[in-house]
Design a protein around this ligand. Structure first.
Ligand code: ADP
Length: 590
């Protein structure tokens, strides 16, 4: 099919040429045979014609000379033969001989030239019909012009006729071949279109035979069916592809698909987001050229490491490593990619944002170190004070002993708060339901303030309580809400400057069906970006400054108690060095 058909004689062309040569030879052979036969018959007829003339001349001449004087014979024959010679163009000469063979008279055409060659000579005896005695003989020479002319004309006619027959024959063959070839060409063209994927191509042909039309119709039918099949197939494939794309796009992790040469062929939106890419930035480029926020080719080394593994190792234990991008930590997993025929075609990098987990891990280890520290300090203080009182208590006056016991009390309250925090953390974080009953929040505030009073003395702090009257009873767990408020209060005490005032407010918001409790201090305050974070477990702004110790659990417990268990809200209004107001709401209708 790939060869140029003009350059080659196809079997069909060869057959046509052979047919033409054969028919030409056959026609030529028939023409030669017919011409030869006609020529032969003509010659025979001419011979007969000569015979008839010579016989007639012999009879006529015998009649004229049988009774004539011997001296006049020659004269008589002359007159008679000259007339005949003149009348017949084909007779070249006439010769009379006597019985002994001597020429009596001989005449020949005057204007005889070389071209008038002698074709045949015929002789007949002259007989005296009265006694049957011989008088001599007459010979005629015939030029053969007549036969030449007739045979030339015949030959020409035959040649003409056969030439016409040959031309018509050849024409018919060629036209027929052309018609067949034309139809084949149309069909060939159609098949070519189909092979190039132009399904649905229709052959439009006029003036073709019924059989061919049937063939073309079948072709068009097939082409149409192929088109429908292709469309269905494409639809199916598109559907499948879209499904796969949707799956890929909806995967919560980033996915980067690379070929064997490390070229990125596909990546989902999450990968773009995690790697901070714009549009198709990484597509068709090497993943090894990707640089992290420190300008490091963060994938390059690990990909080289991965590529050194055997196929089995690649499959069994994917290469896992973390990369750092600005504030993010991305866990990257490289695993091999195979076709359906288990042919290795590249690898997939799955990117998982583990920033939160990494942070949590750090916070947890920080929490453990903080808890140990927080436990050790009050326990040491307690032991020292109790030891002193136990051994040397009598050496101190009443006031000093009271001061000692006050410090012991403060430390015990701190210790108790912390232990409570840790215990509440595991209790409240679980989904265990807590018991609720209608409680007077105003009374609850007084109770909490009393609880933390011992802590105020250290920095000479004052707590001011402002409560609205007619606060409805709130359906809540008394202890849990008290723990929440105590947390707010002990934080305020922890971060408030010396000699400052801490204000506790309670007011009703009937329009929102809630009551609000706030604790305001004049302490260091919190920058707005941390407002949300301080309520997360283990989160501590102080971790950055290491000034005040704590566990990072308190505010998380307040949030869990208020929001998860009581359907209220926690909030904070604060800015650095302008104090903080922490608050919570509780619904009045449960
Ligand atoms: P802890 O106090 O044990 O660290 P919390 O969950 O009670 O844990 O508080 C979380 C963080 O919120 C604290 O580490 C602190 O940085 C900040 N914070 C809480 N209350 C105040 C406040 N009144 N003033 C300033 N910062 C506060």
């Amino acid at each position: 099919m790939g060869k140029n058909p003009k350059m080659n004689f196809t079997v069909q062309n060869k057959l046509i040429i052979a047919g033409l040569i054969f028919s030409t030879l056959l026609i030529m052979a028939i023409a030669v045979f017919v011409t030869f036969n006609i020529q032969k018959n003509l010659n025979e007829s001419y011979q007969n014609f000569g015979q008839v003339i010579s016989k007639t001349l012999a009879i006529e001449s015998s009649d004229l000379i049988k009774d004539a004087d011997k001296t006049k014979t020659s004269e008589i024959l002359k007159n008679h033969s000259d007339l005949i010679l003149k009348a017949h163009k084909d007779i070249v000469f006439i010769e009379f001989r006597d019985i002994d063979g001597n020429i009596i008279y001989s005449s020949q055409k005057n204007n005889i030239n070389n071209s008038k060659k002698l074709s045949i000579v015929v002789s007949s005896p002259m007989i005296n019909n009265s006694d049957n005695s011989g008088l001599g003989s007459v010979s005629l020479g015939l030029s053969g012009n007549l036969t030449d002319k007739i045979s030339a004309t015949t030959r020409a006619s035959i040649l003409f006729v056969f030439a016409i027959v040959w031309i018509v024959f050849a024409f018919v063959i060629l036209i027929n071949t052309y018609l067949i070839t034309r139809e084949l060409k149309i069909l060939h063209n159609g098949v070519k279109k189909i092979t190039t994927g132009e399904f649905g191509y229709k052959i439009k042909a006029k003036d073709v035979s019924e059989e061919v039309m049937g063939l073309f119709d079948a072709f068009n039918d097939m082409s149409n069916k192929l088109r429908i099949y292709e469309m269905e197939n494409i639809e199916q494939l598109t559907l499948e592809r879209n499904k796969l794309k949707a799956v890929l796009m909806s995967i919560a992790n980033g996915v980067v698909v690379c070929d064997n040469n490390d070229t990125v062929t596909l990546l989902n939106d999450h990968a773009k987001e995690l790697l901070e890419l714009q549009g198709d930035q990484l597509i068709n480029t090497s993943i090894k050229n990707y640089v992290d926020s420190d300008g490091k080719f963060c994938f390059s080394e690990k990909i080289d490491e991965y590529k050194k593994l055997s196929l089995e190792e690649k499959t069994q234990k994917p290469v896992i490593f973390n990369i750092n991008l600005d504030d993010k930590v991305l866990k990257s997993i490289i695993s091999p990619m195979f076709t359906q025929n288990h042919e290795y075609v590249g690898y997939i990098i799955v990117l998982i944002d583990v920033t939160r987990e990494t942070e949590m891990d750090m916070m947890k280890s920080q929490f453990i170190s903080n808890v140990s520290h927080e436990l050790r300090t009050p326990v040491t203080v307690l032991r020292t004070y109790i030891d002193t009182l136990y051994n040397y208590g009598n050496d101190f006056d009443y006031e000093s002993q009271k001061e000692f016991i006050g410090t012991i009390n403060t430390e015990i309250i701190r210790l108790q708060n912390m232990v409570n925090d840790i215990l509440d953390f595991s209790r409240l974080d679980s989904n265990a339901k807590i018991e609720k009953s209608p409680n007077d929040i105003s009374q609850l505030i007084d109770y909490c303030v009393k609880e933390v009073e011992a802590l105020l003395n250290e920095n000479n702090l004052t707590i001011k309580v402002e409560k609205e009257k007619n606060i409805p009873l709130i359906n809540c767990n008394y202890d849990a809400i008290a723990r929440a408020l105590t947390n707010y209060l002990s934080n305020a005490i922890k971060y408030a400057p010396k000699d400052s005032v801490i204000t506790v407010k309670l007011y009703n918001e009937p329009e929102n069906n809630q009551i609000v409790v706030t604790v305001r201090d004049e302490g260091i305050g919190i920058a707005p970006e941390f407002h949300k974070k301080v309520f997360e477990r283990f989160y501590r702004v102080e971790n950055k400054t290491h000034s005040v110790k704590g566990t990072g659990l308190g505010l998380h417990l307040v949030k869990t108690t208020i929001e998860k268990h009581h359907g209220g809200h926690v909030f904070v209004n604060s800015s650095p060095n302008h104090g903080s107001t922490f608050g919570f709401t509780l619904p009045t209708q449960d």
